[in-house]
Each structure stands twice: as structure tokens, then as C-alpha cells.
Design a protein around this ligand. Sequence first.
Ligand SMILES: NC(=O)c1ccc[n+]([C@@H]2O[C@H](COP(=O)([O-])OP(=O)(O)OC[C@H]3O[C@@H](n4cnc5c(N)ncnc54)[C@H](O)[C@@H]3O)[C@@H](O)[C@H]2O)c1
Length: 350
Amino acid sequence: MDKHTVLVTGGAGFIGSHACVELLQAGFNVVVVDNLSNSKLESLKRVEQITGKTLQFYQADIRDKTALTDIFAKESIATVIHFAGLKAVGESCEQPLNYYHNNVYGTLVLLEAMSEANVKQLVFSSSATVYQPSETGQYSESLPLGAINPYGRSKVMVEDILRDVAAVDKIKPNGAPWKVALLRYFNPIGAHESGMIGEDPNGIPNNLMPYVSQVAIGNLKQLSVYGNDYATPDGTGIRDYIHVVDLVKGHIKAIEAIESDKFSGGGCKAYNLGTGKGYSVLDIVNTFEAVTGRKILYQFAPRRAGDLAECFANPALADKELNWIADKDLEDMIADTWNWQVKNPQGYVD
Ligand SMILES: NC(=O)c1ccc[n+]([C@@H]2O[C@H](COP(=O)([O-])OP(=O)(O)OC[C@H]3O[C@@H](n4cnc5c(N)ncnc54)[C@H](O)[C@@H]3O)[C@@H](O)[C@H]2O)c1
């Protein structure tokens, strides 16, 4: 297959930068659009150092239609991977308008620009938060949607928009149909094995792994474990952690599927990207200590509103239809997180 040009929105961010490495290494040309609201240009410089290849960067907001139209006119883009957006659940409850504006309105502008440029292949960063909470803790793509916070609802809204757009096009016989893969991520952690790119949250991290790793390096004093009375073996919450490199490889598989017979005639399909295995907060702390030899100070704190006891993927559909399966285990994820943290104790410094 002749590799083509992929536009990566949010490409300077945590997952986007890892996707750029995999895309460049797989032979795609890469164009990034990012407003750098939650990332630094340094991440893209490091992508170029890791791969020995160059990419085209545009600093722009996806809500800026003129900027997007210009990019589509200049670059011959075949596929878009859409990572750009805001992602903190807690912040989304405090700033719902900002979240809907960025995540929903931003996607509408992107889709209009794509449509006008006749670019209709899209891989979208969705999330496990789209699912209605289920008793079993395990989520298959066929389970009902029903997010419980504005961030999750912004993802459901975008999924709905994409299903609608693809459905209309399917019944219109003329022109290329939309081909859309909705990738529902579970909990991406880890970093590239080089330790040159990784997760670099602004301020105090919201997610468990960067928090643990900053406690280990001494930037933060101790971890608060929210809830130790869940109905799980050790009482703490269980999540499905997935190595970010495995996750981004799923995007390449999605592009391959979109360009194969599987998407002939177009359509919009959702896939879980997770390992299918759950680990508790204390599993993470204990494994982190074992892998790194560092002590993680922690204290128990009350449950947080909206947190579920258990959440892990049924990843069988991605295996069957995308030929994708996660490869790296928890030890790999922690070793790579720690390698990045030790080499970049203050994250990226521009
Ligand atoms: N990290 C996770 O735990 C997780 C889980 C599920 C889904 N996701 C989704 O994956 C995507 C990427 O997440 P991430 O962890 O890499 O986040 P990130 O914040 O590191 O990356 C997002 C990037 O998008 C950019 N951006 C934000 N709004 C923009 C806008 N309006 N215009 C242009 N650029 C903009 C930011 O500057 C940043 O570089 C997001 O859509 C997120 O919702 C992330």
C-alpha cells in the first residue's frame, strides 16, 4: 500500500505525539495541527529525533475554520486522526461550556473543513467514559451509551454526530462515503521506550499513573487513593490500563481497516482499545514499587463522586475486525513511564 498523508489533530499531546512516531515509522507523511493549549512544541521535535523524519506542524485551533481550510488546501490529506480536545473529567464538570465548545463545536468545524476538502476518512479518539455504567465492570461495544459527566457526554455527542454523518452519506450514491472508526480508549499510560516522549500534564496530574510517578520522583508528597471500600478484592478501584504505544498501533490498524474491504461502502464503527485486564489502584502502587524500587507514600481518602468500582474492556471486536491486540503488560507500562519520568523530571522544557 502506498502510504499517504495523515492529519493529526492534537498531535503534540500525550497520545498524539506517540501516534506521530508510529505513523512516521510506518511510512505515512504526517501533518499536525495543535493549538498547544495542553502541550509543548518540544514533543514534536522529539518525535522527529526518534524517527529521523520530519513532519509538518501548524499551530492552530481546530475551531478556526479558515486555518483548517488553508491546511487542507496546502496538504494532500487522505485521513484525519482526531485527538484534539479537552480531557479532564473533573474540569469538565466545572467548565461544561468550554468542554462542549472545544470537543463538540471543534469537531463540527473540523468535519465541515474535511467535507469541503472531500477528505472523509476519520479515526476519532473516543473514550470508555461513553458507556452507561454497568454492574459487571466489563464493557463491550454493544452496551448502551450513557456518559455521566460533561467530558463523557461531549464524546457521546461527537460519536452521534459521526454516526449521523456516515449514515446520510451511505444512502447517497454519489461521491466518496465517510469511513469513520471510533476508538474507545480505556486508560492509556506508559511512554515511548526511548524515554524521549511521554505524558506531561500541566500542574497536578489528574490521572493515577503520572501522579504515582511524580510521587516516586519527589515532585509530589503522597498519593490519595480515593475509596478503599469498593466491592473489589482489595477495596480500591479497578481500571484497564493500556500502553500508549499499543494504543496508537490500534490507530494504524484502524486506518488499514478503513482502507480495506471492511469499510467498502463507508460507515462508522466503534472499537474498544484496552487489554481486557483490570488492575486496582493498589496493584499499580505495588507493581510500581517492585519495578522501580521506589517507595510510594499513599493515604486512603473518600470515594470521588462518579468513580466506578470497576471498568475494563472486552477488546474482542478490535482483535477480530482490526487484527489488533495489546501486547505490553503492566510491568512494561510502568518501566516505560518511569524511564520517561527519570529522564524528564520536570516534563518537557521548551
Ligand atoms: N489520556 C487519556 O486518559 C484518554 C482517555 C480516553 C480518551 N482520550 C482522548 O484522547 C485524545 C488525546 O488525549 P491526550 O491524553 O493525548 O490529551 P492531551 O491533552 O495530551 O492532547 C490533546 C492535544 O490537543 C490539543 N488541543 C486541545 N484543544 C485543541 C483545539 N481546540 N485545537 C487544537 N488543538 C487542541 C492540546 O494542546 C493537546 O496537545 C483526547 O481527545 C482525549 O479526550 C484520552
